[in-house]
Unconditional design. Structure first.
Length: 601
């Protein structure tokens, strides 16, 4: 969690708790986007609600797939879902402890409510008492059954909602390409994200390092930053640390055992919970972990005057076994922090979900050089917003709770990457927490040292023989951001030119020639982006072709940049500045010498 104070227009960082844990068009005026769309098979939008039969109780996180096809979605906490499918398709509904159900799309369009039957409880086939050796051996064998699970890639969707004392303060959504096995998430490659935040008592609270938090949750091996669970124990350790009970079994077609585990240690180092285990192969279908008021947790305050007194966690890790393969399906969680800050206790409640889908069909990674170790918030605000991506990817329908929070943040706080509007970020940028965000090229908005926060101190200046010699006088860094996504049998892509503020500086005083010098450089990169788009248009539905065009463009940008920076002498070589300005004028119809009124132009 991170908090920073709202002081009118400025937001000051206050505290942070880290989870360690298509038609084609080219806008030649703005130069911001180029998209390629191809005709796709007509789809219908299927909306529905999944309900437990005989009740009005919604079934949250029910998996809705399309029979004999990839793709699908989850029901939200209200049981609602929406997805695109062909009218001839059949939807398949599956949830732990419920009977699988198949419903034709044509039927769903007439009747949106789906009623799922609970799997019947069966009498135990053997008489088992608490702490019987059979139960311990069953759990140890289950651990061995997943020891050699292979790593796979999948798309991953993450959503987090946070409240403090009942007030919404955060809504975070991220997409990743995940590399994982049944034991743990090995890597989360960031794809896209968006944020909603609102202040609580003049402070914004945000969650950081989400990726690291999820990679910490290891099923089979202990981690000092997380409480232990029974799958990390051998038989001797199990008997020492846990009381086990075979609670029941269910599903007459594919019997499943439910094993309850209770920690003998009351110091808060061990999870309590249950595990659902398939009788046929002893693979787990669901692991439920819970712990109350523990000091053994992965949450850490950033500042020494803040303290987390305790944390309570509830984590459910759900698996799927199909076609003789074992997959992690989704992880849902709730946690509560007792956080002491400035002599006051804040009760921070968060709930979230990470859903893994489309195994072996990862996202195309963004083509852009950025800091992969940065927290998700900085990645979201640093990478360019691609509206089409959000139109194409909806795996979880917004619940009533999420809709209310989004509306609240729009009125009382900030929404970032919900619309293609750069002004959304200004509130956070001014506060310093997201300072030095990359800037997108614009014909109407010119760069300036002061206005865009580009470093221009002269601390590197040292006198030598009566002259001023400056070390590391400047570094200008700009590039192209490209995001590619499948649409039907083709690809849609988005590109924009980016000035990297956090990697750029100009250690000389600000003056008109300085700003002119920077803007011509930025415009030259934009010209190259447009040339890249012309090349991509020759084969827009080939990922390899797009990557090749991008690589060639970046090489040309590097070479052109070196030549430009050498020739113009920081903007003071009048003749060369006029030559490069002419190139920009011909390519973009922008006259920087005239705009900045230098050389009496």
């Amino acid at each position: 969690m991170q908090g920073f104070k709202v002081n009118k227009a400025a937001l000051l960082v206050v505290w942070c708790c880290i989870w360690v844990s298509a038609e084609a068009y080219l806008s030649t005026n703005s130069g911001q986007r180029f998209e390629t769309r191809v005709d796709v098979e007509m789809k219908v939008e299927v909306k529905g609600r999944v309900i437990r039969a005989g009740t009005d109780e919604p079934i949250a996180f029910c998996a809705i797939g399309i029979k004999s096809k990839s793709g699908g979605c989850l029901s939200n906490e209200d049981g609602d879902f929406v997805l695109q499918a062909d009218i001839t398709d059949t939807l398949v509904f599956s949830a732990i402890a419920y009977k699988k159900l198949s419903v034709p799309v044509a039927q769903m369009l007439k009747q949106e409510t789906v009623f799922m039957q609970v799997s019947e409880k069966l009498l135990d086939e053997v008489t088992v008492y608490s702490n019987d050796d059979f139960v311990y051996k069953l759990l140890v064998k289950s651990r061995k059954a997943i020891m050699n699970s292979i790593s796979r890639t999948a798309k991953a969707y993450y959503v987090l909602e946070t409240e403090i004392s009942g007030q919404p303060v955060e809504l975070l959504e991220c997409y990743y390409t995940a590399t994982l096995n049944s034991n743990r998430i090995q890597e989360l490659g960031f794809k896209n994200g968006r944020i909603g935040v609102a202040p609580f008592i003049d402070r914004y609270f945000v969650s950081l390092d989400i990726s690291k938090a999820f990679t910490m949750l290891k099923l089979l091996y202990p981690d000092e930053r997380m409480p232990s669970n029974p799958y990390q124990c051998n038989t001797k350790q199990l008997k020492k640390n846990y009381m086990l009970n075979l609670e029941s079994s269910y599903d007459s077609i594919q019997p499943v055992y439910i094993i309850e585990f209770i920690a003998k240690n009351s110091e808060g180092h061990f999870f309590n919970g249950k595990v659902h285990v398939l009788k046929s192969n002893l693979l787990p279908l669901k692991l439920e972990l819970r712990i109350q008021n523990t000091t053994h947790h992965p949450f850490r305050p950033l500042f020494p005057n803040s303290k987390i007194r305790s944390a309570s966690m509830q984590i459910n890790k759900n698996f799927e076994f199909k076609n003789d393969s074992f997959y992690v399906h989704h992880v849902d969680f709730n946690y509560t922090l007792h956080y002491d800050v400035q002599n006051q206790t804040r009760i921070v409640n968060s709930k979230g979900l990470m859903y893994f889908y489309d195994y072996h069909m990862p996202f195309y990674p963004p083509l852009f050089n950025y800091n992969t170790d940065a927290d998700d918030y900085r990645k979201i605000t640093g990478l360019s917003y691609n509206e089409s991506f959000w139109d194409l990817n909806t795996v979880l329908e917004y619940s009533k709770s999420m809709k209310l929070k989004r509306d609240y943040f729009e009125q009382e706080g900030l929404l970032i990457n919900y619309k293609n509007d750069g002004n959304q970020k200004q509130g956070l940028q001014k506060g310093g927490f997201f300072e030095n965000n990359d800037l997108k090229w614009s014909e109407s908005k010119r760069l300036s040292l002061k206005g865009n926060g580009i470093a221009n101190d002269t601390s590197g200046a040292v006198p030598m023989n009566g002259e001023m010699f400056r070390a590391d006088r400047y570094a200008l860094k700009a590039g192209i951001f490209v995001d590619v996504n499948p649409v039907g049998e083709g690809l849609q892509h988005f590109s924009t030119t980016v000035f990297k503020v956090n990697e750029s500086y100009y250690h000389l005083k600000e003056e008109a020639v300085t700003n002119c010098f920077m803007n011509i450089y930025f415009d030259l990169v934009e010209i190259e982006r447009r040339e890249m788009e012309k090349e991509i248009a020759k084969n827009p539905n080939s990922w390899l072709h797009i990557k090749s065009c991008y690589a060639a463009a970046m090489l040309e940008i590097e070479n052109t940049g070196l030549k430009y920076l050498k020739e113009v002498e920081r903007g003071h070589n009048k003749k060369k500045m006029e030559e490069w300005n002419k190139k920009v004028l011909e390519g973009l119809e922008i006259d920087n010498l005239k705009i900045f009124k230098i050389f009496d132009h």
